[in-house]
Write a protein that binds this ligand. Structure first.
Ligand code: G3P
Ligand code: CA
Length: 344
C-alpha cells in the first residue's frame, strides 16, 4: 500500500520515504507503529518510563508532543496546560491564569522540573482511562525534548532496535503570540543532537498548516511533515477548516508542503452499515492519490470506535481494509504483534 503512494511522490519526497523505510528496518510495503505519547496504555503519557517501554515493545517511532517553558526550553507535554497530567495545582497554587489553567509557558524549566507527571485526570480528579496506570502522586518529572532524545539515542545504541522520533508542535500560534518560536527551537534541539537531517528517522507533525509551511519554507527543514486533521469543533490550534482540508482541493494544498496526513480514526472508519458491513470513507484512498502517507490517530484498546468488537478488528479495518501506512497507538506491543502476524 505504501508503494502506491510513493508512485506520486516528488523526487525529494520519494527519497525521504525511501530513507524513512530504510532506517527502521522496514521494507517499503511495511506500515509503522507510532507509540502515541509512549506506551501510554501502560504508563503515564510522555514520561520517560512510557518512552522506554515503547522502545522495548518495538515501536518504529515514538511520539513527542512539545511545548515551551517560560525560558524557552522545549518540554514533552501533550497540552499547553499542566493541570491534567501534573501536580501543578498543589505545587504552585495561585499560578493559574484567569481562565483557571496553569500554562507551561508561565513556568521556568526549574519550576517545571519540580512537578510530578501522572496519569491523565479529568477536571474532577478522576482518571480519563480508569483501567490504566494508577493515578497516584505522579511517576516522574516532565522530560525536556533533549532528555527524551538522549533516552532514545541510548536505547537505539544498547538495544537491537532503532526507533525514530515523531514530534508534534503543540500550539505553534499560541507560542508565537507569547513571543516564542516553537518550530525553530525544536529544530535547534534536533540540530544539536544530530537528528536535524535524519529524514529517515524523524517526522514533524502539526494541526496547524502555518507551522508546517514555516518549517518547510521559513526554516528550510527537509524532514517529512505530517498534517494532522481534526474536526472543526475540537477547537484545535489555530482556526483551520479541517472539513475543507479533506476535500480534493484541500488535500492537494496539503501535498504542496507535507508528506502525509494524520487523520482522526473516525474520519476513516465511520461505523457499521445496518447490514453489518463497515462504513469507510475514501479519505485514505484520495490522500494516497495525492502522494500522501496516511497515519491515523489514535488506536486505544480501551476506547474502541463504536461497532468494533476488539482491538484486532480495529487494526484489520485500518490496515487490511483501508490500507493506512501507519498508526498512532497507545498499545505499541499489540500493534507490533498485529503487524508481525500480517507479515507471516
Ligand atoms: O499527533 C497525533 C495525535 O497525537 C494527535 O492527537 O491530541 O493526541 O496529540 P493528540
Ligand atoms: Ca500528538
Amino acid at each position: 500500500m505504501r508503494s502506491r503512494s510513493i508512485a506520486r511522490f516528488s523526487p525529494t519526497g520519494l527519497l525521504t520515504l525511501l530513507l524513512t523505510s530504510a532506517i527502521i528496518g522496514n521494507t517499503l510495503a511495511e506500515p509503522i507503529a507510532i507509540a502515541h505519547r509512549g506506551a501510554s496504555g501502560y504508563l503515564p503519557e510522555h514520561t520517560l518510563p512510557a518512552k522506554a517501554l515503547a522502545h522495548a515493545q518495538g515501536a518504529h517511532f515514538i511520539e513527542q508532543d512539545v511545548v515551551l517553558s517560560k525560558d524557552g526550553v522545549p518540554v514533552v507535554l501533550h497540552d499547553i496546560h499542566l493541570e491534567s497530567t501534573t501536580n501543578v495545582a498543589s505545587m504552585f497554587p495561585g499560578r493559574s491564569r484567569d481562565d483557571g489553567h496553569f500554562y507551561a509557558i508561565d513556568f521556568s524549566l526549574t519550576e517545571l522540573k519540580q512537578l510530578h507527571a501522572h496519569e491523565r485526570r479529568n477536571a474532577d480528579g478522576t482518571a480519563v482511562f480508569p483501567n490504566r496506570f494508577p493515578l497516584g502522586p505522579g511517576l516522574s518529572q516532565v522530560p525536556t525534548l533533549l532528555e527524551e532524545i538522549q533516552l532514545i539515542d541510548g536505547l537505539n545504541r544498547t538495544r537491537d532496535h532503532k526507533a525514530g522520533l515523531y514530534i508534534e508542535l503543540k500550539g505553534f500560534a499560541f507560542h508565537k503570540a507569547e513571543g516564542q518560536d516553537l518550530a525553530a527551537t525544536v529544530l535547534n534541539v534536533l540540530d544539536a543532537t544530530g537528528w536535524a537531517d535524519r529524514s529517515d528517522a524523524v517526522y514533524l507533525q502539526s494541526f496547524e498548516p502555518d507551522a508546517l509551511r514555516y518549517l518547510r519554507s521559513g526554516l528550510g527543514t527537509q524532514l517529512p511533515l505530517i498534517q494532522l486533521i481534526g474536526e472543526n469543533d475540537w477547537a484545535e490550534d489555530g482556526e483551520v477548516d479541517f472539513t475543507a482540508m479533506r476535500s480534493e482541493e484541500g488535500l492537494a494544498a496539503v501535498a504542496e508542503y507535507a508528506q502525509g496526513i494524520g487523520p482522526w480514526v473516525m474520519q476513516l472508519y465511520l461505523g457499521r452499515e445496518s447490514t453489518g458491513g463497515y462504513r469507510l470513507s475514501d479519505l485514505a484512498r484520495r490522500a494516497h492519490e495525492h502522494g500522501l502517507l496516511v497515519h491515523p490517530f489514535t488506536l486505544r484498546a480501551d476506547q474502541l470506535p463504536p461497532g468494533l468488537k476488539d482491538f484486532q478488528e480495529l487494526h484489520q479495518v485500518l490496515f487490511d481494509r483501508i490500507g493506512v501506512d501507519g498508526v498512532f497507538t497507545d498499545f505499541p506491543d499489540q500493534t507490533i504483534a498485529f503487524l508481525q502476524r500480517k507479515r507471516q
